[in-house]
Design a protein around this ligand. Structure first.
Ligand code: PGA
Ligand code: ZN
Length: 422
C-alpha cells in the first residue's frame, strides 16, 4: 500500500517549473515521476496549473500544484493498494471535480498517476512496460525523429512545427535509430555548408531560417540520400504542422510567413498538403489543419486517408470525448497520445483502446518541454507500439527516451512495429 506521496517543483527542458512526484509504499518502494509541458497546446487540453505569481519564474511556478499533491491528493490515496491504478486515478478525478482538471491541476494529478504506475511496477518486480502492457507487450514503436523544428518550437521562419524522419524500412529499432541519427548528422553538414544555422529548437531539431516550408523537405531529402538511405523505402517523413499555431481563428484562416504561400483558407491548405503528399514520401501528417477545422480534417482524410495517417493532436487532445466524435465523423484516422493532455495514465490508455477498437492508429508523444524521465518509452512499448515522437538526436531529455528503448529492445529482443498504410 501507498505510505507517502509528495511533490517537488523542478525544471523542465526549457527551464520552466514542472512537477515531480514521489511515491513510497510499505514494501520499501520509493520512486518518482516528472510531468512534461507543451508550448503549442490545444484549447481543450487538461489544465496545467501555474501559480501566476509574477515574482517567481514569470508567473510559471507550480507551487500550487505541488501543494495540491501534498495537502489534498496525498491524504486521499495514502493507504490505497499501489496496484489499484484505475481506482486511484478515479479518486483524483473526483477530488478535482472539474472536467478539465483545473482545480487540482493536470500537472499535479498526472505526476501522481505516473508515480503510482511506476511504484506499482516496482512493487510487482516488473519493468514498467510489462506492468502497464502485460506479458505480451514486446512491440517497439517506430521513432519519428524531429530533425527540423519550426513554429512555436523555434525562432526561425519555418511555419510548420515538426519535420520528422521515420525509419520505415529498418529491421530493428536499433538500426532504425541509427539511420535517422545519421541523417540528422548529415543534415547538420548540409546546413553548415550552406551557411545556414545549426542551432536547435525545443525538441532538438535544427532551426534554420529557410526560403519556405518546402525547402525544409528538400534539404531533408538530400540528407537522407547523402546518409546512404532511400527516401520512401528506408526513411520516410512525418510532419506536424501544428496548424492552430498559424491560424488566427483556429478554423478557416491560415497565415504562413511566405509570400508564395501567404494567407490561405482551409481548401487551399488541403491542396498544399495533397501536393506535398504527391511529391514527398510522407507517411503521416499531424494537425495539418487547425483544431476547430473539423470539416477540413474530414475532407483531407477522405482524399488521402487511404495512403497516409492523418493524426489529430490539438483537435482530439487525447480525450475520448473528442476522439469518439472524430471516429464517428471520419475526421482523421490516427490520434496523438499525450499523457498530460488528459491528465491520468488510465485515461490515456482509454484513448489508445478507443483507437484500437476503431482500427485507428495512435502516435505516442512527448511534449516540447520535457524532463529526464523515461516513462514515455515504457508507456509506448506497453501500448503495443505504433509510432513514437520523442524528439531529435540531440538534447538529453529526448535521448534518454531513445536510450531506454534500446535497453528494452535488448531485454526483449523486441518486435519492431510496422507502419504505413500503403
Ligand atoms: P507541444 O508540441 O508539446 O509544444 O504541444 C508537441 C506537438 O505539438 O506534438
Ligand atoms: Zn502536435
Amino acid at each position: 500500500v501507498i505510505t507517502s506521496v509528495s511533490a517537488l517543483e523542478i525544471l523542465d527542458s526549457r527551464g520552466n517549473p514542472t512537477v515531480r512526484v514521489f511515491v513510497e509504499t510499505d514494501s520499501g518502494t520509493r520512486v518518482s515521476a516528472s510531468v512534461p509541458s507543451g508550448a503549442s497546446t490545444g484549447e481543450n487540453e487538461a489544465i496545467e496549473l501555474r501559480d501566476k505569481d509574477n515574482s517567481r519564474y514569470n508567473g510559471k511556478g507550480v507551487l500550487d500544484a505541488v501543494n495540491n499533491v501534498n495537502r489534498i491528493i496525498a491524504p486521499a490515496i495514502t493507504g490505497q493498494p499501489v496496484s489499484e491504478q484505475v481506482h486511484i486515478d478515479r479518486i483524483m478525478k473526483k477530488l478535482d471535480g472539474t472536467e478539465n482538471k483545473s482545480n487540482l491541476g493536470a500537472n499535479a494529478i498526472l505526476g501522481v498517476s505516473m508515480a503510482v504506475a511506476r511504484a506499482g511496477a516496482e512493487s510487482a518486480g516488473l519493468p514498467l512496460y510489462r506492468y502497464l502492457g502485460g506479458n505480451t507487450a514486446r512491440r517497439i514503436p517506430v521513432p519519428a525523429m524531429n530533425i527540423i523544428n519550426g513554429g512555436e518550437h523555434a525562432d526561425n521562419n519555418v511555419d510548420f512545427q515538426e519535420f520528422m524522419a521515420v525509419p520505415i524500412g529498418a529491421p530493428s529499432f536499433r538500426e532504425g535509430l541509427r539511420s535517422i541519427a545519421e541523417t540528422f548528422h548529415r543534415l547538420k553538414t548540409l546546413l553548415k555548408n550552406r551557411n545556414l544555422a545549426t542551432g536547435v529548437g525545443d525538441e532538438g531539431g535544427f532551426a534554420p531560417d529557410l526560403e519556405n516550408n518546402e525547402a525544409a523537405m528538400d534539404i531533408i531529402m538530400e540528407a537522407i540520400e547523402q546518409a546512404g538511405y532511400k527516401p520512401g523505402k528506408d526513411i520516410s517523413i512525418s510532419l506536424d504542422s501544428a496548424a492552430s499555431s498559424f491560424s488566427p481563428d483556429l478554423t478557416s484562416k491560415y497565415e504562413l510567413k511566405w509570400s508564395g504561400e501567404g494567407k490561405m483558407n482551409s481548401d487551399e491548405m488541403i491542396s498544399l498538403c495533397r501536393d506535398w503528399i504527391k511529391k514527398y514520401p510522407i507517411v503521416s501528417w499531424e494537425d495539418p489543419l487547425a483544431e476547430n477545422d473539423w470539416n477540413g480534417f474530414r475532407k483531407l482524410t477522405e482524399k488521402v486517408g487511404q495512403s497516409i495517417d492523418i493524426v489529430g493532436d490539438d483537435i482530439f487532445v487525447t480525450n475520448t470525448k473528442y476522439i469518439a466524435k472524430g471516429i464517428k465523423e471520419k475526421t482523421a484516422n490516427s490520434v496523438l497520445i499525450k499523457l498530460n493532455q488528459i491528465g491520468t495514465v488510465t485515461e490515456a490508455i482509454d484513448a489508445v483502446q478507443m483507437c484500437r477498437e476503431a482500427g485507428w492508429r495512435y502516435f505516442i508523444s512527448h511534449r516540447s518541454g520535457e524532463t529526464e524521465d523515461t516513462f514515455l518509452a515504457d508507456f509506448a512499448v506497453a501500448m503495443g507500439g505504433g509510432q513514437l515522437k520523442t524528439g531529435s538526436a540531440s538534447r538529453s531529455e529526448r535521448i534518454a527516451k531513445y536510450n531506454r528503448l534500446l535497453e528494452i529492445e535488448m531485454e526483449l529482443g523486441a518486435m519492431r512495429c510496422i507502419i504505413g498504410r500503403k
